[in-house]
Design a protein around this ligand. Sequence first.
Ligand code: 0X9
Ligand code: ZN
Length: 471
Amino acid sequence: MKKMIFVIFIFSTILLSAGEKYLYDIEITRQDDAFNNIFGKLDVWSFYIDNDGHHHYRVASDADGIKIFDQMPAAVLQLDLIANLMTGIQKKAVAAEYHDLETIYKTLDDLEANYPALAKVYELGKTFEGNPIKAIKISTSPDKNVQGKTEVLYVGEHHAREWISVEVSLHLAEFILEKYDKNRRVYDMVNASEIWVLPTLNADGYKYTWADVTNNRLWRKNRTPIEKDGVTTYGVDPNRNYDAHFGGEGTSTDPNNETYCGEAPFSIEETQTIRAFVGAEGIAPLNGWVDDVQGIISYHSFSQYILYPYGAVHEYSPKNLLMKDIADEMARLIYQQTGVSYVPMKSSTMYIATGDLTDWFHRTHDLKTAYTIELRPDANQLNGFILAPEQIPDVVKENIPAALYYLENLIFDDPYIDTDVNGNGIVDYYEDENDINKSKIALDYSKLETVKEEETYELSTSRTGCSLTIY
Ligand code: 0X9
Ligand code: ZN
């Protein structure tokens, strides 16, 4: 009996303290590092800077969670109940146009079947629930690693509710394959590189958002069960679980929170899969599928930003200027397509968050560049995770040139390559050409060292060279 009263007591306190969740606008009227250390722990939906230079964070929380701002120079505005931001029509209409998990796998398989000389689907790992983490490799040697080619990884869906990140990744893969023999620039680029597209890293979380769109659509984390004090909660934030200042400022160590970092770095299958794939100090890339990934774009939503390391600390990376210049050019290319602005900035300007993919990759892979792109809509949309399907084509269209320029930049190791199609003969990525061999001048690939196709990778060494693994 005593036990029962105790259980009821615990249950009712949880209910009382949980309260109803609202979306709040937190306006920071004075810039202070202490602030953006807080936001990486909270469930931030969007971020913008107003005309007065004040930072606004839209945060989902109950009233208790917002008390943290009581003693701070912050203006807190309650916007709407989260429950009100999920209307039936909206969620049904949107679900119909997006790819669910099975359709993603099928689309990848279809691409492989339609372009067998250029594409192959790989299972890089499995999630806790056993869903495969699949990527498609696009290259003229899809089933073997060719040394000397530039390797790039595009990854979507660290966060379950950010559905548009799947669409951008999938359509990017589709676009490259479709344009390969029609557009000189895409043709040259594919010949010089090995492109990996992983549309759904957090497959369990994604499946969960689809399983009950009414109740689960806004789920962010993965679905790992966490046992603590006899209570089971679910989910680790995959973008807080990499080993980059793990567990520090800008994450939560409470499993009930949306930005829970997990028990240890790489404690979940999703981040383990990425680490195994790209390799890390002392860990050779899994199966030698890649040898030296040169760059990563991680797609998220929303607020329209192009973010680069560091995000875990206020300090600048020695490569800050390079990353800024590339981000500026990506933003320009996006704007050129649709007139929509994505703002380039160092990740920590938005908020400090520890354990994200881009910081980890940058820090542990010789300061190679990596980007988090926050896709549409803009930060003023209340529930921007639910993006009207009519917007998918434009989001894809504006992001393809930025993604491809990033790859060209990696291939040439030159952020200042002229990618502008106006007036200097450079072919537009979208243009179809009758004969790609006789087309207008594209980027000058002849300057690159000849890639030795016959040289396959049989030996794979770890990055540091301390261990040798034979596959
Ligand atoms: O918080 C994140 O993981 C990313 N934003 S999202 O709203 N999609 O969850 C941003 C990660 C960028 N990194 C830092 N701000 N440190
Ligand atoms: Zn995200």
